[in-house]
Structure formats: C-alpha cells, structure tokens
Design a protein around this ligand. Structure first.
Ligand SMILES: Nc1ncnc2c1ncn2[C@@H]1O[C@H](COP(=O)(O)OP(=O)(O)OP(=O)(O)O)[C@@H](O)[C@H]1O
Ligand SMILES: [Mg+2]
Length: 464
C-alpha cells in the first residue's frame, strides 16, 4: 500500500486530492506544515509527500536531504500559477500537481510509486510458469532473487509476491540501491539516531524498520557498495540492524526480496559482489524472461497500456488495427515491457481516427543488437536508414561539450518518459552518474523531466 503524506490544509482542494488518492488505495498520513511533516517522516517515512505550495517546499526538500531521508515531494497548487510551480521544481520538488486535482494524474502519480495494481499482465506460457513458481514460494519466508533485463517487470513481480505472501497485509517497502550515494544509502537502509551526523536532528527509522512485518525489496542490488554489502549481510544474518549513531542493535522482521539486471554470479566471480551475501539473498531465483522470449504477452500488454494511457489522457479507447499488431509482433523489444509501455503511451497520443494504426507505433529501425543507438535516435526514424541520414553531429559544431551533453541527457530522459534506469542504460552511464548530473542541472535551475504527464504542457520550455 502506498503511504502518502499530505502536507497542508485538508479542507480545500488538497483534501480533495488526498481523498482521491485514498479511494485509489493509498494510505494517508497528514501534517499541518513542513516541520510537523519532518517529524512524521523521521518516524514512519512515506512513499510520497504531497505538499501545498503555500508551505515551504524548498525547506522540506533540503531538510530531507540534510537528514538523509528519501521521499519524493510533489508540490501542489493551482495550475494557473506556473511561476510558483517552476520555483517549487527548482527547489527540488519531484513534480508539480495542479489543483483542483485531476483523478487521472493522481492515479499516474500513485502508479509511478506503486507499480501495477492488478499484478503482472500475462498470457504467454513462459510468464505463466514464472508466476506459478512465484505463487508456490510466495508464502515461504526465504529470500528470493529476481533477475531479468531492465524493464521486464521485476518490481511488478516483487509486489505480486508480497501480496501473495503471509505478509501481504504488511508494508511493501522498496529501496533502489543504485539511486543514492553510499553515505545516504546507509541511513536509508538502517536509520539513524539523533546526532549521528551534523544534519541528524532527530532519530529516524530506516527501510528495514519501515518494512516491519512486511517485505523489503532491495532493487538493483548489484549496484550496492561493498562496504554496505557487509553491513547488509550482518543485518540479514542477525535479523537486527545497527542504526547510525545508535548504541544497541534494533531487531527487525521483514522478508527480503532482491532484484538485479546484472549477472550477479558473474559479479561474484569478478569480486564485485560478496559471495556470502549472494547465497544469502539467492535462496530461490526467479528469472523474468525478456519480452522477446514471451511473444504471447505482446498483444495483451499493448492493449493493457493503450487502455491505461487513453484513460490517463482523457482520450477515447481505440483498438489496434492489424498492421499495428503486426508491427508490434515483429519488434525485438530490447527495452522490454517498459519500452512497450512508452511505445503505447506515444501511440495513444499520436493515433488519429477510429483505431491505432501502424503509423502511430514508433519503433527504432536499427535492429535490437544495437538498442542504445536505436533508442537514442529521434523518434521519427522509421523512414530514415542510419547510412542515408545526414550526420546530425555536424550541426553541433560550435557548441560547448557540456551543453551538448546536457541536451542529450535531458532529451534521452524525456524520450524514456522520465525513467532514469532506462535513460542511463541508453546513455551508457551508471545511474549514479546520471543522478549526479541531473542534480547539477537542477542546481543550475534547469527543469529535469520526471514522471510522465505530471507537468502542464510547455512547462519545460518555460523553465529551461
Ligand atoms: N506483466 C506486466 N504487466 C503490466 N505492467 C508491467 C508488467 N511488467 C512490467 N510492467 C510495467 O513496465 C514497467 C517496468 O516494470 P518494472 O519497473 O517492474 O521493471 P524492472 O524489471 O524493475 O525494470 P528496471 O530494471 O528498469 O528497474 C513498469 O511501469 C511496470 O508497471
Ligand atoms: Mg526495477
């Protein structure tokens, strides 16, 4: 269940947004202002904070950073006030939610943090086999390692296992081990006591404690720093954590799921991942096949996303015609379900007339062997061949390297609809590097794309 902290008065339109989120399954917490919000966040944490623009969003974001608490902040305000929205984003808010709230935007926000509500959509026998195995082991307590290429649905599967498990009524807490620098990651995982470091003005629970009685997903575990790997191993063995600055270990009780798109056994052989931790996490492995190995899922997923995005964008639901289906069936899907999701998002927006035709399905022309190049190319590459295209790089001569790099990074991120994992993969840089760069851009006052559909049209143009 997604835990949403609402900051501000519940009487007006923010209250309306809160109730919409609640109806859609979120668990609400409330704080009158940013100071009391910090108190809640230290103790319980939250998956998302909705903060009225009347409050000091900038202070909240910087305080969270100072105290090393990770919680995306969504600034909420009347959408006429674009300047205030720009200020909030510059102050570090993840997104801007215009008020009065739009139910579809709320759904998209919740989905962005919570994933698929109904569990994995599937039709292919290969996927059915994985889900059957998942159902078999869900009720045990053993750790499970979920492997699979980027975008195959590892987090969706983890949430599904949690729901089927004995702990389904408890919290599901996910931590992306690649998303934060190592110093932040430690207090994120284990929590800290007041005075543990200069910004630690109060004690705070880490993800282990937040997942008490539930499930903790350690996503992208292959990226975890070796020093933290040792601490994690100890936590798993002893079922207790040492909070930063604490003087006694704290007992924890949560089931561990881990996910990776790396060859973790290979990482062990290369000496980058601890063997003992590998065996501890990997009691059972579930391998999610790439989409190209489960062709039976393609049409169903395409329809699923077409319906979802039509709804989210207030457009009529259109069926896919035969040519569109053929085009989808023939594609190699190097970006897996996430690529399908992005493709269908574009298709829904591009489609004209009664049905979604092949012309609305924009796919890279370069074969899947070179997905990075293909994906980074402009979306209208269907007719151009790589050899006949004019070298666009010529047009860049005269520009500074850092400007070109920034534009490429932001364009790629926009192309991936804000998905950083995917963008980093396409760019061939680590998520950590991407995160640092985006952080710098934000500090320079450049808006950084995030979750799709969250910002008013033309927003990036105004603020860039
Ligand atoms: N079987 C499915 N049914 C419905 N949606 C799915 C399914 N699999 C994946 N998705 C959607 O595709 C996107 C990618 O899924 P998810 O984040 O679980 O993948 P991942 O393997 O964790 O990717 P990454 O390696 O990039 O983190 C999500 O938006 C998710 O909702
Ligand atoms: Mg993931």
């Amino acid at each position: 269940m997604t835990r949403v902290l609402v900051i501000g008065s519940l009487g007006g339109e923010l209250g309306q947004a809160a109730r919409m989120a609640q109806v859609r399954g979120a668990r609400l917490m409330h704080a009158d202002g940013v100071a009391s919000a910090m108190v809640r966040l230290r103790v319980d944490g939250a998956d998302l904070a909705l903060c009225e623009l009347a409050h000091d969003v900038g202070w909240l974001v910087s305080q969270l950073a100072e105290e090393r608490i990770h919680c995306p902040v969504i600034a909420c305000g009347r959408n006429v006030d674009a300047a205030a929205a720009v200020r909030a984003i510059r102050a570090g808010a993840r997104e801007f939610l215009p008020l009065p709230p739009d139910a579809d935007l709320i759904v998209a926000l919740l989905q962005a943090v919570a994933g698929e509500p109904e569990g994995p959509v599937h039709a292919d026998p290969a996927m059915a086999a994985v889900l059957e195995r998942a159902a078999q082991i869900a009720r045990a307590e053993a750790s499970i390692l979920i492997t699979g290429e980027s975008g195959t649905g590892k987090e969706v599967l983890a949430r599904h296992i949690h729901k089927l498990s004995k702990r389904g009524g408890g919290p599901f807490v996910a931590l992306n081990c690649a998303a934060l620098p190592e110093t932040l990651m430690e207090s994120e995982l284990f929590g800290h006591e007041k005075g543990a470091f200069s910004g630690a003005v109060a004690s705070r629970k880490g993800k282990f404690e937040q997942a008490e009685g539930g499930t903790l997903l350690l996503d992208e575990i292959g990226e975890m720093d070796p020093r933290l790997q040792a601490k994690l191993l100890r936590a798993l063995q002893e079922k207790e954590v040492d909070k930063l600055g604490g003087n006694a270990p704290v007992k924890v009780n949560c089931r561990i799921l881990a996910a990776t798109n790396r060859d973790l056994a290979g990482e062990v052989r290369a000496g980058r991942f601890r063997e003992d931790l590998y065996f501890r996490l990997n009691v059972i492995t579930l391998r999610l096949p790439p989409l190209r190995e489960r062709p039976g899922d393609i049409q169903l997923l395409a329809e699923h996303f077409a319906t979802r995005f039509a709804k989210a964008n207030g457009l009529p639901k259109r069926a896919l015609n035969g040519e569109a289906r053929l085009k989808l069936a023939q594609h190699g899907w190097p970006g897996n379900v996430r690529e399908m999701e992005n493709t269908m998002h574009r298709a829904v927006l591009l489609a004209q007339g009664e049905v979604i035709g092949a012309e609305a399905i924009e796919l890279p022309v370069v074969p899947s062997a070179a997905p990075a190049v293909a994906e980074a190319a402009p979306t209208s590459t269907q007719t151009a061949t790589p050899t006949s295209a004019l070298k666009p790089v010529t047009q860049l001569v005269g520009q500074k390297m850092e400007v070109v790099e920034r534009d490429l990074i932001l364009e790629t991120l926009t192309h991936c609809l804000g998905n950083r994992t995917r963008a980093a993969e396409i760019l061939g840089i680590s998520i950590r590097t991407l995160r640092n760069k985006l952080h710098d851009y934000r500090a320079q006052g450049v808006a950084v794309p995030g979750v799709p559909g969250m910002l008013p049209p033309g927003f990036y143009a105004q603020s860039a």
